[in-house]
Design a protein around this ligand. Structure first.
Ligand code: C2O
Ligand code: CU
Length: 475
């Protein structure tokens, strides 16, 4: 793996012109604030490299990556008119929000894609507090990789910040993984790379925090800070560590957990973790956010600069976040049982699977861009994987028979992890995306209490595109 390092100086860098907007609108219906998706430019690579042409969401004139932060109180509405100034159709998915079906943005299942030059009105309630994000849900392997993603923070109505044992401040840390060429341009000819898709997915070479390579983040000595960490990478699992900061995990995928040690954290694509850290005291060396790129050679992807006055010694116990109180508990006495079998990929493959209404062998599947299957079917969109009656508890066994981990995401619902071998997730945790290692089985349960048609897919977007996508219906 080649990392664009902070020390490399680019020689003979080509200059990039500023991106051009591709269409013009008449804003006849200006009742909703605008969220624009448009080409923009961002300094992703370290200083000395050119800026990178990206696609970005923004409420202001100039697009940014990550997209503009959206922040509401639990129970409030999120209301935006998406304006598509991209050269492709698009749609916005509000990841992890237990949303009304028509607003889910899961094109083409819950809405038609929005053509270039067109608009779509999103207007929905965000019921549960926590750390979420929004991202493109059309051609997402390309569109998310180009930058179409941003944080969506739903604040609790009960106070936590500033309370005894809580943090005094919070920092949203968006992690991303960009595949850049030596001029810092996004490498564009690999969206359909089946080799990458049949392995761990399309890996980048530049990991950024809030779209900056190796940022320095200021905290005060001894200060307790809430980090809202979001993995927006298309495919990369972020194995993270926060050494010497007394890191305690306080929420996963927005859902509070009883505070527990979090020196190491594993976040699959789309997963989030809220962590409380305590700044080091005077005289102690500074430290950073470390990432293991997969070879056990930890790289510091952001450093914490300790400056200012020392904050008074605090309570070593972290105050738990207020409980949600909005999620129905699964009734395990007589659940509907479902299974999800993951097969395919390099080294194991699959002999055959159904695709586009016919059973195909491995070669024909690959010729159609399919290298993965759920329950023997690749990207089955013509009928649901299962149907559940409204209010019924679904107990699902997810088995990974492949040689690669997968990050399985259910739309519209959060689920409880009943059992899992391995350490990436803990039994009893409630999540919207679960990372399942090779040969691992995870059991989950959820109340199917949100009517509609909901996608279920791997959030390694290269896997989603190449077979790991399906949907279920709640009615
Ligand atoms: Cu963030 Cu269909 O997913
Ligand atoms: Cu996967």
């Amino acid at each position: 793996m080649v990392w664009l390092s902070r020390r490399s100086i680019l020689k003979g860098a080509a200059a990039f012109g500023s991106a051009t907007l591709l269409s013009r609108h008449s804003f006849a219906d200006a009742s909703l604030p605008v969220l624009r998706a448009a080409p923009a430019s961002a300094q992703l690579a370290p200083a000395g490299y050119p800026a990178t042409p990206v696609w970005a969401y923004s409420r202001e004139a100039a697009g940014t990556v990550p997209g503009s932060e959206i922040r509401v109180l639990a129970g409030e509405s999120v209301r935006y008119q998406l304006v598509n100034d991209l050269p492709q159709p698009t749609a916005v998915h509000w990841h992890g929000i237990r949303i009304e079906n028509a607003m889910d943005g899961a094109a083409p299942l819950t809405q038609a894609t929005v053509p270039p030059g067109d608009t779509f009105d999103y207007d929905f309630v965000a019921p549960d507090p926590g750390t979420y994000w929004y991202h493109s849900h059309n051609r997402s392997t390309e569109q998310v990789a180009r930058g179409l993603a941003g944080p969506l923070i739903v604040e609790d109505r009960e106070p936590w910040l500033g309370e005894k044992g809580a943090a005094t401040r919070e920092l949203v840390l968006v992690l991303d993984d960009w595949l850049l060429d030596s001029d810092a341009g996004i490498i564009e000819d690999r969206w359909d790379d089946l080799h990458a898709a049949s392995h761990g997915g399309r890996m980048g070479n530049t990991v950024t925090v809030n779209s900056v390579a190796y940022p320095e983040l200021d905290i005060q000595p001894g200060e307790r800070v809430r980090l809202r960490i979001i993995n927006m990478a298309t495919d990369r699992i972020m194995t993270l560590s926060l050494p010497h900061l007394s890191a305690r995990l306080i929420a996963l995928d927005g859902h509070p957990v009883r505070p527990r040690g979090a020196e190491t954290l594993v976040l699959g694509p789309a997963q989030r973790a809220d962590v409380a850290i305590d700044g080091r005291r005077d005289g102690e060396p500074s430290t950073g956010l470390m990432l293991d790129p997969g070879n056990d050679e930890w790289v510091e992807i952001a450093s914490f600069i300790h400056s200012g006055d020392t904050v008074l010694a605090h309570n070593p116990d972290v105050r738990p976040l207020p409980a949600w109180g909005t999620l129905a508990a699964p009734d395990l006495s007589d659940p509907q049982r479902e299974t999800l079998m993951m097969e395919g990929g390099a080294m194991r493959g699959m002999r055959e699977a159904r695709f586009a209404g016919k059973t195909m062998g491995f070669r024909e599947l690959a010729a159609n861009g399919m290298v993965w299957a759920f329950n023997g079917a690749a990207n089955q969109m013509d009928e649901p994987m299962f149907r559940a009656a409204l209010g019924r508890t679904v107990r699902m066994e997810l088995t990974n028979r492949s040689m690669f981990p997968h990050a399985i995401h259910l739309h519209g619902h959060h689920f409880t992890i009943l059992s899992q071998r391995g350490a990436a997730n803990m039994e009893g945790d409630v999540r919207d995306t679960v990372l399942i290692g090779a040969d691992e089985t995870v059991e989950i349960a959820f109340v199917a209490d949100n009517p509609g048609v909901w996608m279920i897919h791997c959030h390694m977007l290269s896997h989603q595109q190449s077979g790991m996508m399906a949907w279920f219906e709640v009615a």
